[in-house]
Design a protein around this ligand. Structure first.
Ligand code: LLP
Length: 385
C-alpha cells in the first residue's frame, strides 16, 4: 500500500494525537494557485480562514500574498495578527454582531459581504455613527445546488445565506442611496468539496444572467466574488496531493467576461492536503464479525467523519504486516466516533502510528474539548520552524 512520507523517527518521540502540517506541500499549493491567476492582475484569491486558523499556517498564507476571508471577529483578529493586510480582508456571515462590525470598520477591512437588507441597514447605522463609510458587497443566493455532501451546500434558496437573486437589485439601489456605505459588488458561494466543474459553470451562467439584468436596469455590478468550494481527492492524497486549480480557475476564465475584477475564497483546496492527524493505536479489539482499531484520536479532534460521513484515507505508518480490514474508532463515548469502517490497514498492533490524511481543512478548526479531552497540538517539519 502506497503511504505518505512522514518523519516517523521524530513522531516516535512525540505524544499523540497531533496535527502534522507539511508546510512544503502548502507552499507548492500556494505557488500553484498564484501561477494560475498570474495572467489576471485584477483577480484576487482570499484564503477562507474557517478551514484552518492555525497561526503558523495563516502566516505562511499571508506571506504568499493571499487575502483573508473571515466569518467572525475572532477570524478577523487572527488574520490581522498573522499579517494579512486589513484591505485584503473580506467579512461574510449571516449573523454579524455590532461588535464584529465595529471591529471590521476600526481595522479598515476591505469588504463586508452583506447577507440581508436588515444587515445592510445596521452596518450603515454603525458606520454613520462612527463617521466612516463601510465598503460593502451583497451576497447573492444564486439558488444553485452543488453535487457535494448534504450538510455543506449553501447556494440553494432553502439555505439561510445571501439575498435571493431575484431581489438583489432593490438592495443594491438601497446601498447606492445610503451615504455611509459604499457599494462595491456581488458575492456568491455555492458549497464546498465540489469536484464537478459544471457546478462552477452553472454559477458563472447565473452570474452572467444577473449582471446582464442589472446592466439593463442601469444598475452597476462592481466586482464579483465567486466564493470558494473547490474539492480535493480525499481518496488519493499520495497520487493527487494538489487540487485541480487549472480546471477550477480555467472554468471562470472561460465563462466570466474578462472585464470583471474577480475574487475567490478558497479554504479546503489550499490547506486540506497538507494536514494529517497522527495518532496511535491504543487497543486492537476482536468484535463480533469486526475488528476494531481503537485510536487515541477521536471525533473531538476530527469531527468530519462523524458529522458528514466524510471519508479520509487512513494509513498505518509503522507496520508493513498483512493487510486486514478494521473499523477505526476513537475513544470518545459516542457510537459515531468512527473514522472509517472496514478500512484496510497493515496489521495493527498497540502503539502503531496511524495517519488520518487530508485533515488540514476543517480538522483543527472544528476540534472541540468534548469529554474534557485536550486540543491536539500541531507539529511542523523541523526545517520550516
Ligand atoms: N466562502 C464562504 C462564504 C464559505 O461559506 C466557505 C465555506 C468558503 C468560502 C470556503 O469554502 P471551501 O473552499 O473550503 O470549500 N466544515 C465543512 C465545510 C464547510 C464549508 C463552509 N463554508 C467540511 O468539513 O467539509
Amino acid at each position: 500500500m502506497l503511504k505518505g512520507t512522514f518523519p516517523l523517527e521524530r513522531f516516535a518521540g512525540l505524544q499523540t494525537p497531533f496535527y502534522y502540517y507539511d508546510t512544503g506541500l502548502l507552499q507548492k499549493t500556494l505557488d500553484c494557485v498564484l501561477e494560475q491567476v498570474a495572467d489576471r492582475p485584477s483577480w484576487q484569491v482570499h484564503y477562507a480562514v474557517k478551514a484552518n486558523h492555525n497561526p503558523v499556517i495563516l502566516k505562511q498564507i499571508a506571506g504568499a500574498g493571499l487575502g483573508a476571508d473571515c466569518v467572525s471577529g475572532g477570524e478577523i483578529q487572527a488574520a490581522l495578527d498573522a499579517g494579512f493586510p486589513p484591505g485584503s480582508v473580506v467579512f461574510a456571515g449571516v449573523g454579524k454582531t455590532d461588535r464584529e462590525i465595529e471591529l471590521g470598520l476600526e481595522a479598515g477591512i476591505g469588504r463586508f459581504n452583506v447577507e440581508s437588507a436588515a444587515e445592510l441597514r445596521v452596518i450603515a447605522e454603525i458606520a454613520a455613527a462612527r463617521g466612516c463609510i463601510a465598503p460593502v458587497s451583497l451576497r447573492v443566493n444564486p439558488d444553485i445546488g452543488a453535487h457535494t455532501l448534504a450538510g455543506i451546500t449553501t447556494g440553494m434558496a432553502e439555505n439561510k445565506f445571501g439575498i435571493y437573486h431575484g431581489a438583489v437589485a432593490e438592495v443594491i439601489k438601497e446601498a447606492l442611496d445610503t451615504p455611509s456605505v459604499s457599494y462595491r459588488g456581488l458575492h456568491f458561494h455555492i458549497g464546498s468539496q465540489i469536484l464537478d466543474m459544471s457546478d462552477f459553470a452553472a454559477l458563472c451562467n447565473r452570474i452572467n444572467d444577473l449582471c446582464a439584468r442589472l446592466e439593463r436596469m442601469g444598475i452597476p455590478v462592481g466586482d464579483i466574488n465567486v466564493g470558494g468550494g473547490l474539492g480535493i481527492e480525499y481518496g488519493h492524497p499520495n497520487h493527487l496531493p494538489i487540487a485541480d486549480f487549472a480546471a477550477y480557475f480555467g472554468t471562470f476564465k472561460e465563462l466570466l467576461p474578462e472585464g470583471y475584477a474577480v475574487h475567490f475564497e478558497l479554504g479546503r483546496s489550499i490547506v486540506a492536503p497538507c494536514g494529517t492527524l497522527i495518532s496511535r493505536v491504543l487497543y486492537v479489539k476482536e468484535g463480533v464479525a469486526r475488528r476494531f482499531a481503537i485510536l487515541d484520536a477521536g471525533m473531538n479532534d476530527l469531527v468530519r467523519p462523524a458529522m458528514y460521513h466524510a471519508s479520509h484515507r487512513i494509513e498505518n505508518l509503522s507496520s508493513d504486516g498483512p493487510e486486514l480490514p478494521y473499523d477505526v474508532v476513537g475513544p470518545v463515548c459516542e457510537s459515531s466516533d468512527v473514522f472509517g469502517k472496514g478500512v484496510v490497514l497493515n496489521e495493527c498492533r498497540r502503539r502503531d502510528i496511524i495517519a488520518i490524511r487530508s485533515a488540514g481543512a476543517y480538522g483543527e478548526s472544528m476540534a472541540s474539548r468534548y469529554n474534557c479531552r485536550p486540543f491536539a497540538p500541531s507539529v511542523f517539519p523541523t526545517e520550516s520552524l
